[in-house]
Design a protein around this ligand. Sequence first.
Ligand code: ATP
Length: 516
Amino acid sequence: MSEDIFKKLVAHSKEYGFVFQSSEIYDGLGAVYDYGQNGVELKNNIKKYWWDSMVMLHENVVGLDSAIFMHPTIWKASGHVDAFNDPLIDNKDSKKRYRADVLIEEALAKIEAKMEKEVEKAKKRFGDAFDETQFRATNPRVLANQEKWDALHKRFADALNDNNLEELKQIIIDNDVACPMSGTKNWTDVRQFNLMFATEMGSTADGALKVFLRPETAQGIFVNYMNVQKTGRMKLPFGIAQIGKAFRNEIVARQFIFRMREFEQMEMQFFVKPGTELDWFEKWKETRMSWHQSLGFGAENYRFHEHEKLAHYANAAVDVEYRFPFGFKEVEGIHSRTDFDLSQHQEYSGKKIQYYDPEEGKSYVPYVVETSIGVDRMFLQVMAASYCEEEMIDGKGQKDTRVVLRLPAQLAPVKMAVMPLVKKDGLPEKARAIIDELKFDFKCQYDEKDSIGKRYRRMDAIGTPFCVTVDHQTLEDNTVTLRHRDTMKQDRVEISKLYGIMAEAVSMKSLFAKLK
Ligand code: ATP
């Protein structure tokens, strides 16, 4: 899938009611988006897949819904006021702003792409006899590029870890990174930019309080740790899961819903005994990767990526990356956050935040392993993985193409469309009666406009797994034509069988059964 297809996906998302630009009639607001009638259903299904996999499948994971506004000292304690920054750089000619770290990551990706190209070429040349490992270890061009990559990567990681902004700029210059807009290398110095949005609470007469819009949901979990642990009588290890909005004043936000200024996160903080955190980190890595791969988009499209720089709170961190049309990119972060956050809140609040361990006979501040995934980024991942332009032969034997969203049936916004063949003879009433029976369990849609072929296409375009056509025979024997989205196969089935067929195909149970 290329950048070109990505543009089509963005257009498709709008045309079929998945994602709209926010405030569009006022020319939009940068990096803020709204979800339309189909988008909101898909988004809710993604959230349900995550939520249930956390709080239903793990008896020691419970939920929480904390407020967006929190006491401002929380963000001081968490380190966000002082350290939640991105390094920015401007091109003096285009006046465009970039994240310095992202420019360098792109330079690294270019070298990686060169190596991949060599491997692909050789694969074609040698066919079945090709030994990729040996090729990578011996081919001089691959080796030279690998050396270049390693050197650049080390320099980049060192600069990040030392917070050396001059060196970041120097790396950009030394690697001939040009602005994609102006094509020039006329760069400003690199500066730090804090990503938190601030606003005021209370009237100014009272002395308004400067509060922040939370840049992550995690802190709401940390400050409720004692509440949940006590009232739920939770024993370590246990987790708290939360889904909610987060806000970041992103410097560059050009990739549709990949990077937004208002977005949603699904985060789970898992509290463990100190010293066991790295084992739990490994366990959650595996669990989360399995959650992604159970959707069936191909294991080869996921990988783990180690962080170049550990955040100020972490002793291990890894990203789950997916192969987007624009390359491998982060969808989820898994972080071992040590006891940093709870200790900080203990210190700043002056309240004891500890766990009494009956086996050890003592109290301590628990360690934390976090899994943090963006709902919107996951949404984009699901859309990108499902979008498909397919060659086909139409009903008249002509070559044609169809756009089909091959969404996992469990996530599809509409599960079943019911269509009367014609708008008369009692067929619409029969179709509506079928919907009335199924609508308590499944999101159904009635459609009577245009030819059946056109109606199928509309449903393919939003990923509806099943279409049911009601015809004259239905009135005689209570059977309908059931058409499957992916195979386009059509079966004649009894109306009474529809519930069972749907229940099996769209229940999350079949996804959960695949989880490790
Ligand atoms: P990036 O490096 O892409 O800026 P991050 O490492 O800062 O992301 P985390 O703080 O680990 O991201 O946030 C966890 C998850 O939240 C990310 O994996 C991503 O899915 C999501 N996320 C973070 N920032 C955004 C954003 N601006 N828009 C949409 N989703 C986001």
